[in-house]
Design a binder for this molecule. Structure first.
Ligand code: GRF
Length: 202
């Protein structure tokens, strides 16, 4: 299976996928990353892709007259690589109708909180501020909401009294990277069905 991964930051989730595919071999893992896309230049995630010899592309919202034009351009850029599965690994933009029309049902996101708790761009900070005793990460299919699509898997992470946002986020990412690698591999190898809010992996 062909994966396109979208990033906006450090790309450690991307790196976890690259390392697993490198270690297991694309054949055994069931997928290979064919391209990495971003919404901005100069991020470590793109450097990681380049170091791995992968094609990269950037589509910046501000380069387009409207959000819809950006969304269509992003969808075009992704479609050029003919992916079977698109993975948002820290991609910090909400995609629109055009993108979902083409990739809905095969677009997976990882979120650093236990959805439906703490959706949005500050899930780690919000869980900490709320005083949650456990939080975690969620891998889910992307739908037309914000972090509202059908949940595939979740991992639990305890919140410690001394945690600040970055310490907690790092601990979450340790679980998140393993969860993402495991879920993407299973989706790619086994195939899956989405039945309402349930995801059935064969
Ligand atoms: C991940 O925790 C992801 O869930 C969140 O941002 C982080 C991205 O980390 N949206 P990285 O870029 O994969 O290191």
């Amino acid at each position: 299976k062909r994966l396109v991964v979208l990033v906006s930051g450090s790309g450690t989730n991307l790196q976890a996928l690259l390392d697993e595919i490198d270690a297991a071999g694309a054949q055994a893992y069931g997928a290979e990353i064919v391209a990495v896309g971003a919404d901005r230049e100069g991020i470590e995630g793109l450097a990681r892709a380049e170091r791995a010899g992968l094609p990269t592309f950037v589509r910046k919202v501000r380069d387009y007259g409207t959000r819809e034009e950006w969304d269509a351009a992003l969808a075009e850029a992704v479609a050029a690589f003919e992916p079977d599965l698109v993975v948002s690994a820290g991609f910090m933009k909400i995609v629109g109708k055009e993108f979902l029309a083409r990739f809905g049902g095969r677009f997976v996101n990882t979120h650093p909180a236990l959805l439906p708790s703490f959706p949005g761009a500050h899930g780690v900070r919000d869980a900490l501020a709320y005083g949650a005793k456990v939080t975690g990460c969620t891998v889910h299919f992307v739908d037309d909401g914000v972090d509202t699509g059908p949940i595939i898997a979740q991992g639990v992470v305890e919140v410690r009294d001394e945690d600040d946002e970055s310490a907690l986020h790092e601990r979450i990412k340790e679980v998140e990277r393993r969860l993402l690698v495991e879920v993407v591999g299973r989706l790619a190898r086994n195939g899956y069905r989405i039945e309402g809010r349930k995801v059935v992996i064969q």
